[in-house]
Design a protein. Sequence first.
Length: 364
Amino acid sequence: MEKYKKIYEELYYAIKSGKYANGDVLPSEQELCERHGVSRITAKHALDLLREKGLVKRIRRRGTVVAAQDLFVRQARGFVAVVFPHFENCGNRIYHGLRELAERERVSLSFFDTERSIEKEREVLSFLLTQNVLGMIFMPLGRVSNIDLLSQFALHKIPLAFLDFSVSGIRAPLVTSDNFGGMYALTQYLIKRGHRKIAYYPYSDAFLPTEAERFRGYCAALVDSGIAIVPEYFLAGSLSPVRIAGDVISADFQSAKKAADGIFHAAQRPTAVVCVNDVSAHCLAAAVEARGLSVPRDLSVTGFDNLSASISENITTVGQNFGEIARNALTAVLLQLEKGVPAGDYVVRVPTVLVERSSVRSPE
């Protein structure tokens, strides 16, 4: 993709998701040059394209500001709310997955970022209960987070669909990736490459449902291949936020360094590690490099999600089809809203795909 188009799409999405509201000032040409490592002409081209689309306007002595928008948010008719904990992670692909279907079905969408904060999530849900919300696509932060407010949506018969995992006690469709199948296939891939000493690096020590499914896939793949599960190979996780290549996910370099210490000091040293997500894999790979070693020469490392953290580091991973996940979630809301299909707690699991890169080699 041409660099100006990448900048344009990033800003376009930020405007449509509400990160930049009407009247907000966008980064200047100079700021875009420094952030993306491009020339001023390239940055100007991206801003000019936004102006051509009517998304922004140039105001003297202020800069480029967001123009009034009504494409996706038309409050008079009501809207479907899309609530995420981190737009910078997979939100761009989910946004584009929803956009075409929403336009075809003539449904207005409004996006809300809870910024990985239970308090912000509560603020967003409280606000939505005062608005003309037709339905909601919701990615929660925890299994019981703000359950009192979510129950109000059910009491008011507002259609709801969960993404990633559901909140306990709230009956609504769940759309998620086949996390078990994806991790099973990834672990089997390592086994077929000759690895039998395979460690597991989690997102945290207190698994959320998504993480638990991935861990189950890892264990099942080992057992089905006649390989014993070794508790020593379960590495400690972390919950400290970091930003890598535009993705915001919990990971901790210090924790990764401790995990690397555990790997290289183990009596039976692992030859490969499956990480529960791409940023955990990125952190672990960095910790290995900090020891003067390298991936995959000294250790094979894999991730999960196929986010920019894995792409930039050439990490073998499992790709999620975020666009298909989004479309299934919106379809579930529309079925409840327009065709009178009652809410249920059925689950839609979207297939994943193995993405081979250069972070894996066969053990010697």
